[in-house]
Write a protein that binds this ligand. Structure first.
Ligand code: NAP
Length: 286
């Protein structure tokens, strides 16, 4: 824990159920290491109707900024004074910065996922076909960032097909190089051998429901990802690993999006290595 005195300022996270969040561990360790006079505190908020009062109160009390997590990433958009271009198109915010009396909103989830793909998996997006399961807040951020990187084929498979259609309709005009396809969760209808990467952006691992994904229909070298962390919390990844696939959980995505939050709050280069170091350290403790 960073030293707390009269000059300490507050950052933190707003969500509903925060007891399992790794973000306080990551940010507080980085602040301590870099001798920043800041702390990072979880603020559980009960009900979207309270978000405005909570945020205004925190801003007036001199806080610097916050992360936003499930289920409020979309709700906070309505309260923000200025949205970054990414957050505006995605329609969800995971970083808030209080600056000059205004509430500014950003989205670093998708960029965090791409950094993990590029830096750690050395996954090149050119000419790749990717299947995304889910069409919620995190799926929208990931799909937006993949399209921004010129991914050639993105199939969005979601229980509620209209939500996948909304994403495709909204993003297609911005990303002419990407071919968007829409599907329900009837996976055998898709030609699964065509996909190089499968990304589970549903809440299946968080909320314990089974997507009944037919891993046996994939080619062996397909990489399988789930945004949840750690790996052992994902029956989806455990099954994929058993079938011989390379798997990736959401731990380093979390580390990268956290470092990008740091960049926004402190207007300085994101200390990626430090955030990754503490994320990997947390894995050893689990
Ligand atoms: P969300 O907005 O609530 O979206 C949930 C998605 O799951 C929707 O597509 C929803 O489909 C689907 N779903 C819910 N119940 C289902 C069911 N019974 N059967 C089939 N599909 C179902 O959640 P989110 O914010 O995108 O988060 C999703 C996951 O990503 C969570 O596990 C979260 O922890 C993780 N995440 C990780 C990071 C990281 O940094 N590692 C960052 C963000 C999120 P419908 O549209 O049909 O309801």
């Amino acid at each position: 824990m960073a030293k707390i005195d009269g000059d300490t300022r507050v950052t933190g996270i707003i969500g509903k159920s925060l007891s399992h969040s790794l973000s306080p561990f990551l940010h507080n360790n980085v602040y301590k290491k870099l001798e920043k006079p800041y702390i990072y505190v979880p603020f559980p908020v009960e009900g979207a109707e309270n978000l405005k009062d909570v945020l205004k109160g925190l801003m007036n009390a001199g806080a610097l900024g916050f992360n936003v997590t499930v289920p409020y990433k979309e709700d906070v958009v309505k309260i923000i004074d200025r949205l970054s271009e990414d957050a505006q198109i995605i329609g969800a915010v995971n970083v808030i910065h209080f600056k000059n009396g205004a509430i500014k909103g950003y989205n670093t989830d998708g960029a965090g996922f791409i950094l993990n793909l590029k830096n750690d998996l050395k996954f090149e997006l050119k000419d790749k076909n990717i299947l995304i399961l889910g069409a919620g807040g995190s799926a929208r951020a990931v799909i937006y960032s993949l399209a921004k990187e010129n991914a050639s084929g993105l199939t969005i498979a979601n229980r509620t097909i209209s939500k996948a259609e909304d994403i495709s309709r909204k993003f297609s005009p911005f990303f002419k190089k990407t071919n968007f396809l829409i599907s329900g969760l009837n996976f055998p209808k898709l030609n699964l051998k065509e996909y190089d990467l499968i990304i589970n952006c549903t809440s299946s691992s968080l909320n314990n429901y089974n997507l009944n994904f037919p891993f046996h229909l994939l080619k062996k070298k397909t990489i399988v990802s789930d945004l949840i962390y750690p790996l052992k919390k994902s029956p989806f990844l455990i099954e994929a690993k058993k079938k011989g696939h390379r798997v990736v959980d959401g731990l380093l995505m979390l580390a990268y999006q956290a470092a990008l939050s740091f960049e926004i709050w402190f207007d300085t280069a994101p200390p990626f290595d430090l955030y990754k170091k503490y994320a990997l350290k947390s894995k050893k403790c689990q």
